[in-house]
Design a protein around this ligand. Structure first.
Ligand SMILES: NC(=O)c1ccc[n+]([C@@H]2O[C@H](COP(=O)([O-])OP(=O)(O)OC[C@H]3O[C@@H](n4cnc5c(N)ncnc54)[C@H](OP(=O)(O)O)[C@@H]3O)[C@@H](O)[C@H]2O)c1
Length: 254
């Protein structure tokens, strides 16, 4: 089902995880990385609920993927009624085996030095990239099955300076901290919480824009790692912080 893989899969990626009967929610699942994750989860037998803020995006996405186990649901993490919306989804789909946060917003400011951001640009970047993740954890952790898992996908800007995109990078660092704090506060009781730091990902959007490199990680391979985390078969199941920045090496602990 992959639209992105054009080179042989590394050994670590040839997983046969079976997620039949499990339901996974992918927030931002119609986005670049989310699409690959969604396709792999479907390929492994899961029922997948993908969210977008726009019904038209969901209609296009579900038609393109064309899988009866794929469901589209509108959701805005900044919706004041997010709690009620989460309850509706839990009623419809039951306790979730997994939630994937594949959420990002580069903002409208373009590349500019951090201190050139206006107050409005700053506020928007924080709300779109940090408040969203906070609200997602607060709403969706209680919607998970007790042995379920929630994973935030993040980028290396969580650790590294990112001149020209500092507003996004500092929210990456903050949400990495947020995820690890939540994992520590749970202390192994209840759902598992993962921070997955990604390198450059091959996405459909990039390929459509003519930007591609076969050394990058196919988005479907991110899905392979997520599938193993949902199933609890990944060697990293007991670690809360994962790096997946090298295609050959695959996911590794911090
Ligand atoms: N692409 C890469 O190379 C790369 C590398 C490292 C890490 N990552 C990480 O992967 C994740 C996804 O990135 P991407 O490249 O796939 O970006 P993307 O294509 O822009 O997808 C981001 C998604 O976030 C969703 N979103 C934004 N604001 C939202 C809100 N208020 N409520 C609900 N959903 C919201 C959007 O959904 P709708 O617009 O459909 O509503 C969109 O589909 C991010 O965490 C990013 O840091 C990506």
């Amino acid at each position: 089902m992959s639209t992105t893989t054009t080179i042989a899969s590394p050994a670590w990626a040839t997983s046969d995880t079976d997620l039949t009967g499990q339901t996974v929610l992918v927030i931002g699942g119609a986005g670049g990385v989310g699409e690959g994750v969604t396709r792999t989860l479907l390929d492994r037998g899961a029922t997948v609920v993908v969210t977008s803020r726009r019904q038209s995006t969901l209609d296009d996405f579900t038609a393109r993927v064309g899988d009866p186990r794929l469901h589209g649901e509108t959701l805005d993490l900044l919706d004041p009624a997010l709690g009620e919306r989460t309850a509706e989804l839990k009623t419809t789909y039951g306790p979730l085996a997994g939630v994937v946060l594949s959420v990002a917003d580069w903002g409208r400011q373009g590349r500019k030095p951090l201190l050139a951001l206006t107050d409005a640009e700053w506020d928007e970047l924080i709300v779109q990239n940090q408040t969203t993740i906070f609200r997602a954890y607060r709403s969706f952790l209680p919607a998970l099955a007790p042995d379920g898992m929630i994973a935030q996908l993040n980028g290396l800007s969580a650790d590294l300076p990112f001149p020209g995109a500092g507003g996004v990078a500092l929210t990456a660092a903050a949400t990495k901290s947020m995820t690890r704090t939540i994992a520590a506060e749970l202390g192994g009781r209840g759902p598992r919480v993962y921070e997955v730091i990604l390198g450059v990902i091959r996405t459909r959007a990039r390929q459509l824009a003519g930007v591609d490199d076969d050394r990058w990680i196919p988005a479907t391979h991110v899905g392979t790692h997520i599938a193993e985390l949902v199933a609890g078969t990944s060697p990293l199941t007991g670690d809360d912080l994962h790096y997946f920045v090298d295609l050959t090496e695959g996911p590794r602990p911090a």
